[in-house]
Design a protein around this ligand. Structure first.
Ligand code: NAD
Ligand code: AHE
Ligand code: ZN
Length: 379
């Protein structure tokens, strides 16, 4: 049953473009259909920084960011049946209500359960209120239904993926966002086939997991594109066959890929940069007649994509993905099992480790350094 309020440390984002502030906050008990969790480790994703930097049209302040975490259930609210105190869970910003009346959960075509999306975007729990109070008793907003830059947080039961407790939470937290997204974009959203050719733009953890997923899917040519050549070594280790820096090419990168590196373009391409001009290049380097380009990157508020409609008339397909199309509560535990069995390694993404929630700003600095794939902060 739900307990008393908990006082703990959290990083509060007070406003856009400001460092987060370590504060003592109060985390209220979970209400009906909610779960209070102790966060064991949180990894930074570029999307946290995008919202902190003021680029998210849904960004609200003050808020507690963070959405890639490994947690242990502390207490549950009324009516919660799928998890109990002590269970290990990964909070998922794409929930899965599994209700027979949810046409999204019932469809194999999507993972976009809309059950709590409205309130999630407003920074509140499904009943319209928050569970976080600052030291003056003022409300702090939630973020992406997770808010894991806090020693304790409250999430909806339908956002909890219950995982095997044998998995190290400070590692498998990565399945909460970036790595799952890249793998799923390849396997679920695009269904990349054996012998396909692939181009990946942006070699952060998301782009590199696209490469890892494409290699597992049997792609024969994987072109890795980044303006930071320091990313090429790990890209090759994960399966990239060719690496290219657009700065070294004297023509638009799409013309180099479709024309020089391949004859007609690639079967599949992925934007993992969030930059709309790169999204265009990714579409335009696709194969005439069938090439499919998948947008994964999140573009800044106000930025829009464009291309000549002729690109689509001549058979290219533009699509996008959220959380790689994975249905969170049923499929995240399967990814964790694959990792435990040793056939889905993710250790290489963790380049930086920090201790204590108060070190989260140092992790942000690391992510900006250009050498960082994932910085994991253990609490
Ligand atoms: P990251 O910052 O670690 O990686 C981005 C990479 O893009 C960097 O290596 C950078 O050097 C490279 N890059 C920047 N400009 C470039 C250019 N002009 N050409 C080629 N490469 C360029 O970020 P990440 O954590 O890997 O996330 C990547 C993107 O995916 C972000 O936009 C993030 O918000 C988004 N994202 C989306 C989902 C989803 O569900 N759709 C999930 C997770 C992350
Ligand atoms: N809030 C932004 C959109 C942000 C966005 O697109 N988020 C991705 C996940 S990024 C994870 O690192 C996503 O899955 N979106 C689907 C959803 O329902 O939020 C905006 O433009 O308003
Ligand atoms: Zn993310």
């Amino acid at each position: 049953t739900a307990g008393a309020p908990i006082k703990c440390k959290a990083m509060v984002a007070r406003g856009p473009k400001q460092p987060m502030v370590e504060e003592e906050i109060t985390v209220m008990p979970p209400q009906a259909g909610e779960v209070r969790v102790k966060v064991i480790a949180n990894a930074l994703c570029h999307t946290d920084i995008y919202t902190l930097d003021g680029h998210d049209p849904e960004g609200l302040f003050p808020c507690i960011l963070g959405h890639e975490a490994g947690c242990v259930v502390e207490s549950v609210g009324e009516g919660v049946t799928s998890v109990k105190p002590g269970d290990h869970v990964i909070p998922c910003y794409t929930p899965q209500c599994c209700e027979t009346t949810c046409v999204f959960c019932q469809s194999p075509k999507t993972n976009l359960c809309p059950k709590i999306r409205g309130t999630q975007g407003q920074g509140v729990m499904p009943d319209g209120t928050v569970r976080f109070k600052d030291k003056d008793g003022k409300d702090i907003f939630h973020f992406m239904g997770c808010s894991t830059m806090s020693e304790y947080t409250v999430i909806a039961e339908i956002s909890c993926a219950k995982i095997n407790p044998d998995a190290a939470l400070e590692k498998v937290c990565l399945f909460g966002c970036g790595v799952s997204t890249g793998l799923g974009a390849v396997w679920n959203t695009c269904k990349v086939e054996t012998n396909s050719t692939v181009a990946v733009f942006g070699l952060g953890a998301v782009g590199l997991s696209v490469i890892q997923g494409a290699k597992i899917a049997g792609a024969i040519k994987i072109i890795a594109v980044d303006v930071n050549p320091k990313k090429f070594e790990i890209a090759k280790q994960l399966g990239a066959t060719d690496c290219v820096n657009p700065k070294d090419i004297d023509k638009p990168i799409q013309q180099h890929i479709a024309g020089v590196m391949t004859q007609w373009g690639v079967d599949y391409s992925f934007d993992c940069t969030g930059k709309t001009e790169i999204m265009r290049a990714a579409l335009e380097c696709c194969h005439r007649g069938w090439g499919t380009s998948c947008i994964i990157g999140v573009a800044a508020s106000g930025h829009e994509i464009s291309t000549r409609p002729f690109q689509l008339v001549t058979g290219r397909v533009w699509k996008g993905t959220a959380f790689g199309g994975f249905k969170s509560r049923s499929q995240v535990p399967v990814l964790v099992e694959r990792n435990l069995r040793g056939d889905l390694d993710i250790d290489h993404y963790i380049t930086h480790r920090f201790k204590g929630v108060g070190e989260t700003n140092a992790a942000v600095d690391a992510l900006h350094s250009g050498d960082c794939l994932r910085a994991v902060v253990e609490y």
